[in-house]
Design a protein around this ligand. Structure first.
Ligand code: FAD
Length: 328
């Protein structure tokens, strides 16, 4: 039996694996793939300290190589269920079952689907979720990016290298992307924003030929001729594997103790974007992974499932009162 199974190899899981090795925990990292959401980043990462501007693939390779250089045990498997077994856990993948004394869930988040007719039917035939992966296929063509946040604009900017015209289709009355990316989009002269446009269906025969949306202002249905549709409407926490053992909030995020990283089940910990964490960034996910391992280490030192992780922080330690001696 392992001490610890970490699920997920995004920034939280990979940092956790490095820290677990340093804490000498007998650890297995189970993951579907490396990099997590970073792998979906369309432009360079500019906010990871010490790296300046770096492509997501290069940063992922640095994380992965660091973990591999420490001989972290890694299996590329999709976890389908976590259950309790005695005082520990049974982690089931589609092909294996693994046992451990503790589990750290670092499964991050998955893209949200539009849920309109044609979406699933045309995945890989014009409908995509990653412009970096599929953008070059749309050279000289018209494409739509559905969504109006930073991710949608970044995708559109990446697509502008190849596509003839890019429509950003936003259901609300205005887009939510930051001013600088909106300015960059304007500068390309290829990107047009269509607001108040609620996508109704994706049309096509063998491949996508267009989308139909409802113009929320006029109430009319409009056809837009495009050969590609990139859905960029956000992410949802990949927390379903934890739902029997951990409480989830109304966004589906795992509720944990923000000091100990423990869920309501002793020995089950969570870190990164899968959890009820306010700010979701690479550097924050790394910090969460590191802190979760230090807490797990303390969990083992205090007796594992029979012990408890201290919630004391430096900030809440009682301050010794300075007693001034009376002078005679
Ligand atoms: C397009 C985009 C651009 C972004 N740009 C930036 C940026 O420039 N700077 C920044 O700081 N942040 C950025 N972010 C946010 C940042 O990427 C996330 O906050 C961060 O990746 C979260 O890390 P994580 O490890 O918690 O989860 P994730 O990165 O989501 O990783 C989750 C991991 O878990 C694995 N997994 C999931 N379910 C299972 C399962 N059932 N079994 C096994 N493995 C599983 C996945 O394969 C993946 O390896 C961006 C996010 C997106 C989507």
């Amino acid at each position: 039996m392992r001490d610890l199974i970490i699920i997920g190899a995004g920034p939280a899981g990979m940092t956790a694996a490095i820290y677990a090795k340093r804490e000498k925990l007998n650890t297995l990292l189970l993951t579907r793939e490396f990099g997590g959401q970073m792998a979906k980043k369309e432009v360079e990462i500019e906010n990871f300290p010490g790296m300046g501007r770096i492509s997501a693939q290069d940063l992922i390779a640095k994380f992965r190589d660091h973990a591999r250089s420490l001989d972290v045990d890694i299996e590329m498997e999709d976890v389908i269920k976590i259950s309790k077994k005695g005082s520990g856990f049974l982690v089931a993948t589609s092909s294996n079952k693994y046992e451990s004394k503790a589990v750290l869930i670092a499964t991050g988040a998955d893209p949200r689907f539009l849920g309109v007719p044609g979406e699933q039917e045309f995945v890989g035939r014009g409908v995509g979720y990653c412009a970096t992966c599929d953008g070059p296929l749309f050279s000289g063509r018209n494409v739509a990016v559905v969504g109006g946040g930073n991710t949608a604009f970044e995708s559109a900017l990446f697509l502008a290298k190849f596509a003839l015209k890019i429509y950003i289709v936003e259901a609300g009355s205005q887009v939510r992307a930051s001013a600088d990316v909106q300015d960059k989009a304007k500068d390309t002269k290829k990107i047009e924003v269509i607001a108040n446009a609620k996508v109704l269906r994706i049309l096509g025969e063998k491949f996508v030929t267009g989308i139909q949306y409802s113009d929320q202002k006029s109430g009319k249905n409009v056809l837009l001729d495009v050969e590609g549709v990139f859905v960029k409407i956000g992410y949802k926490p990949a927390s379903l594997i934890a739902k029997d053992l951990a409480d989830l909030n109304d966004l589906g995020e795992i509720i944990y103790d923000p000091v100990t990283y423990q869920t309501k089940t002793p020995g089950l910990f969570a870190a990164g974007d899968v959890s009820a964490l306010k700010y979701k960034q690479i550097v924050i996910a790394c910090g969460e992974g590191a802190k979760a391992i230090l807490s797990i280490s303390e969990y083992f030192r205090s007796g594992g499932s029979k012990g408890r992780v201290s919630k004391k922080t430096a900030a809440v330690r009682p301050v010794k009162k300075h007693v001034r001696k009376k002078s005679n």
